[in-house]
Structure formats: structure tokens, C-alpha cells
Design a protein around this ligand. Structure first.
Ligand SMILES: Cc1cc2nc3c(=O)[nH]c(=O)nc-3n(C[C@H](O)[C@H](O)[C@H](O)COP(=O)(O)O)c2cc1C
Length: 482
């Protein structure tokens, strides 16, 4: 009998130690708070911005109440001079005077974080921005147009005023940030991305409003990833603030999961005692039903969302409305062809004269069933947010614990497979080698079995690795609890 020392078969080796078993850790979660919102050096205890609402809907009353509760309170600057009975005599000067007065009034009522919302589309954008700088507000929110040209960035910086553009797409965000970088060697401090469910003027074409591609859930992650590039390049944190249709604390949690670090709310703040509009304006929210909310064409040249009423019906049927015009306050408005004066209509609505104006609202206004205080609203939103987060983290925790059990089972199976299975095959193989050629067939079979066992072990290893990736819940848990 020929003794074969080496039948040319080599058994692959497996190093039992070459798998790193991950160490899982369940992170501690601060259950009692919402995350803060940091914009430059301004840190709001609550990540909630009260959206600027013109004309005269968000003034010192609402802005200071929100700031006092830890959110960010915003005064709407456009046509704020309408508060002055002599507006028609003073026109554009009335706006700067009223804005300055309103900022000072707000400051008297709060030491919290306040800002001013200025529409880029208004003709006195520059003078209003100048007042905000002179009064050293914490932030300016610039919407209804792209704040690119003629922004006095140095003055804003030296007055400590942070700049937050409002956009409706990643493209617009990118354009603003790139232009700023080129023109001013600087970038804005945060960005609001407002989806098509918002109230007031919308940065979308009419056919985009109900198109899922333009929904907040879709445009928000696009803006977040666009802004991430600027964050990396400039080594700055630039929070993305989501707006439009955010109604509950659960909605806040959901947009945070998509990368937002703050939210801007309009509709919810209208239905508060502190909102500066007349009670009849607020009651229009309480009274309206879902199908009362419609998209209108505004003289600004953008679509807007408002609550149906006789004024809007008359406008739609071509009935002439007052076009008393103090001056061309909107760059794009031609009062000769406009069906009505937007400023006058909105100011009438603010005063509760709803037959001579109309009420802007978000798509969720029909869900408002009562008027509450800012404090109650923010408490409700915080509780809902924390509850949703707790549910989500509990679900993840359950998933995580099941995963851990499976991991232990895997580990045992794997080690048994290797230690017992492979070693047994190895012994058999070596014994076979000693017996020589006549056992060659058997030997080869043993080798095949060994290979199969090895493949199984490797499959198991692969599965384990995928399992680790899938269940690396650490990050998910941490981000949910952030
Ligand atoms: C009555 C009303 C007036 C508004 N006016 C302005 C405005 O003057 N400037 C602006 O940038 N956004 C304006 N908005 C938009 C809000 O600031 C906010 O971004 C938006 O309403 C968020 O959507 P939500 O109402 O679904 O919460 C207005 C919204 C409402 C409801």
C-alpha cells in the first residue's frame, strides 16, 4: 500500500479570533427636553421659530410671547407702517418708523431671541433691513425672493445680526450660499425650507403645490444635504429649519428625523391669544373647514394659501375692489392692472374687516379648534414631541434587544460550527491522509464536507457582519434622542 504523505490537499484555516464581536451600548437619553436650536451665537431653548406673518399678524405681542417661552419670536416687517393711521401720507417712511417702534416694544417685553422677517420682494427691503441692523435684532429672516444682491453683510456681522434665508428648494439654497461665498466671502447662518403646505405666499408654481416631488418630506432632505456641503467647507453649523404644514410635536419629530434642527410655524401661532391680529382673524381659523382653504393668485406674482370668503369670491368673479395705493410697495405690483391692493386687503383682515380683505392660512388651519396661549401651545408641542420620541426610541430599544438575543445565538452557532465541526473534519481528514491512497476518495469527500462546513461558517460570518451593520442602532438611537 502506497503511503501518501501529501495528497495535495490543504485545509484552509480559520482564525477564531478574527471576528470582532461588537460591544453594544444603549445610550442614555435626556427624556425631558427638546433639543435646543443654535443659530450662530443665538441659542434658543426650544427649536421653534414663530414664522414672520404680515401684515401686522406677528408684531411685538406674539414675538415677545414666543421669545419669553424659549422659542424665536419674529416681527413681520412688510407694510408694518399700515399700523399707523397716517400711512397714506407717510407711506414708505411709515414702515421703517413702525418697524423700529415694534422692535423696541418687543425688546421691552422680552430678553429672549427675536428677529425680523423681511420680504425681498418689497420695494423698501433695504431701509427695513437697515432698521433691523441698527436695532441689532438677533436674526433677520429673508423670504419671498433670493437675498443675494446688495446684502450689507459686513454691517450685519458687526451688529451681530444673523441671516436666515427662506427657500423652497435645494437649488435656491445652493444659489444663495454660493453667491454669498463669492460676493461676500461669507455664508448665511441658517436656512428655512418652506414646503407647499405653508400659509401666506408660496415659493412654488401652482402645479407644484400638490406634487409629491415638492412635498416638504422630499425637499427637506435635499436642502439638508446641500447645506451639509457648505457646513463641511466652511466648518460651521448651519441649521436647516423646516416649515409648512408642521402642526403637532409628532410632525416636529418627523422633520428632525429628516435632518431639520428647527421648525418654523405660522398657522399654530395665529390661533393664540398673543397673536397680534384681530380676534375675527383668529376665529376664521377656528371656523374654517378643510375645503374652505384655497390657493389664490396674489398680486405679488406668487400663489398664496388663504381661507375662502366673499372678498376672494368677488375678486375671482372680476368685481373691482379698492385699489387705493400709497406707493408701489411691492416691486412686482402694478396697481393699474392688479385686481385689488394686497396691502390694503391684508391690513383690513388684520383689523378683522374680513369683507374687505382675506385671511392667509396654512393648509392645516381647519384643524384649529380653539385659541390657546403661546405657553399652552409650546407645552403641547413639546409633550407631543417627547411622547413620539419616547415611542420611537422604545420601538428601537425592543428591536435592539431582539437583535442582541439573535446575536448571542449566532455567536454560539458560529463557534460550535467552527470548533466542533471543523476540528472533527480536520481530524478525520488527517486520519484519512495517514491511511493513504485507497482512502483518497473518502479523503476528498471529507475535504468537500470540510469545505461545505467552511462555507457555512463563512456565510454565517457574512450574515453576522450584515447583522452588525443593520443593527448598529447606536447611531439611530442617538440621533432619535438628540
Ligand atoms: C397669516 C400668515 C401670514 C404670513 N406672512 C408671511 C410673511 O409676511 N413673510 C413670510 O416670509 N412668511 C409669511 N408667512 C409664512 C409663515 O411665516 C410660515 O413660514 C408658514 O406659515 C409655515 O407654515 P404653517 O402655517 O403651515 O405653519 C405667513 C403665514 C401666515 C399663516
Amino acid at each position: 500500500m502506497e503511503f501518501i504523505k501529501n495528497p495535495g490537499l490543504k485545509l484552509p484555516k480559520i482564525d477564531l479570533n478574527n471576528i470582532e464581536w461588537p460591544k453594544f451600548r444603549i445610550p442614555k437619553i435626556g427624556w425631558s427636553k427638546m433639543p435646543k436650536l443654535r443659530i450662530g451665537n443665538a441659542v434658543a431653548r426650544l427649536p421653534i421659530v414663530q414664522g414672520g406673518m404680515g401684515i401686522g399678524i406677528s408684531l411685538s405681542g406674539l414675538a415677545s410671547a414666543v421669545a419669553n417661552e424659549g422659542g424665536i419670536g419674529i416681527i413681520a416687517a412688510n407694510s408694518i407702517g399700515m399700523l399707523d393711521p397716517d400711512y397714506y401720507a407717510k407711506n414708505r417712511d411709515a414702515n421703517t418708523v413702525a418697524l423700529r417702534r415694534e422692535i423696541r416694544k418687543t425688546r421691552e417685553k422680552t430678553s429672549g431671541i427675536i428677529g425680523v422677517n423681511i420680504m425681498v420682494a418689497v420695494s423698501d427691503f433695504q431701509p427695513l433691513l437697515r432698521v433691523a441692523i441698527e436695532e441689532k435684532v438677533d436674526l433677520v429672516f429673508l423670504g419671498a425672493g433670493l437675498p443675494i444682491k446688495g446684502i450689507p453683510v459686513e454691517d450685519l456681522r458687526s451688529a451681530g445680526v444673523k441671516v436666515v434665508p427662506i427657500v423652497s428648494s435645494a437649488r435656491a439654497a445652493s444659489l444663495i450660499f454660493r453667491s454669498w461665498a463669492k460676493r461676500y466671502a461669507d455664508i448665511p447662518d441658517a436656512v428655512v425650507v418652506e414646503g407647499p403646505k405653508a400659509g401666506g405666499h408660496l415659493g412654488f408654481k401652482e402645479d407644484q403645490i400638490d406634487d409629491a416631488d415638492f412635498a416638504l418630506e422630499n425637499i427637506l432632505p435635499e436642502v439638508v444635504s446641500e447645506i451639509k456641503r457648505f457646513e463641511d467647507e466652511w466648518r460651521r453649523t448651519i441649521p436647516v429649519i423646516a416649515a409648512g404644514g408642521i402642526y403637532t410635536g409628532s410632525d416636529i419629530f418627523n422633520v428632525f428625523k429628516l435632518g431639520a434642527r428647527g421648525v418654523q410655524l405660522g398657522t399654530r401661532f395665529v390661533a393664540t391669544h398673543e397673536c397680534d391680529a384681530d380676534i375675527r382673524f383668529k376665529e376664521a381659523y377656528v371656523a374654517c373647514r378643510k375645503d374652505d382653504i384655497e390657493i389664490i393668485k396674489s398680486p405679488v406674482g406668487m400663489p398664496g394659501r388663504a381661507i375662502k370668503n366673499t372678498f376672494l369670491k368677488d375678486v375671482a368673479s372680476g368685481k373691482k375692489q379698492s385699489r387705493k395705493c400709497a406707493w408701489q410697495c411691492l416691486k412686482s405690483c402694478d396697481i393699474k392692472t392688479a385686481p385689488y391692493c394686497l396691502t390694503l386687503a391684508l391690513d383690513n383682515a388684520r383689523k378683522g374687516i374680513l369683507d374687505k380683505g382675506f385671511v392667509f392660512s396654512g393648509s392645516n388651519a381647519y384643524r384649529v379648534d380653539k385659541i390657546i396661549s403661546v405657553r399652552e401651545l409650546l407645552k403641547e408641542l413639546t409633550e407631543q414631541y417627547l411622547c413620539t420620541r419616547e415611542k420611537s426610541v422604545c420601538r428601537l430599544r425592543g428591536e435592539y434587544e431582539t437583535a442582541l438575543e439573535r446575536l448571542v445565538a449566532f455567536k454560539e452557532e458560529y463557534l460550535i460550527g467552527l470548533k466542533e465541526g471543523l476540528n472533527a473534519f480536520r481530524d478525520e481528514y488527517e486520519r484519512g491522509m495517514e491511511k493513504g491512497d485507497m482512502f483518497r476518495e473518502e479523503l476528498l469527500m471529507t475535504k468537500d464536507e470540510y469545505r461545505n462546513a467552511l462555507e457555512k461558517a463563512n456565510r454565517l460570518k457574512q450574515e453576522l457582519m450584515e447583522f452588525f451593520q443593520r443593527y448598529s442602532l447606536q447611531n439611530r438611537l442617538e440621533s432619535e434622542s438628540a
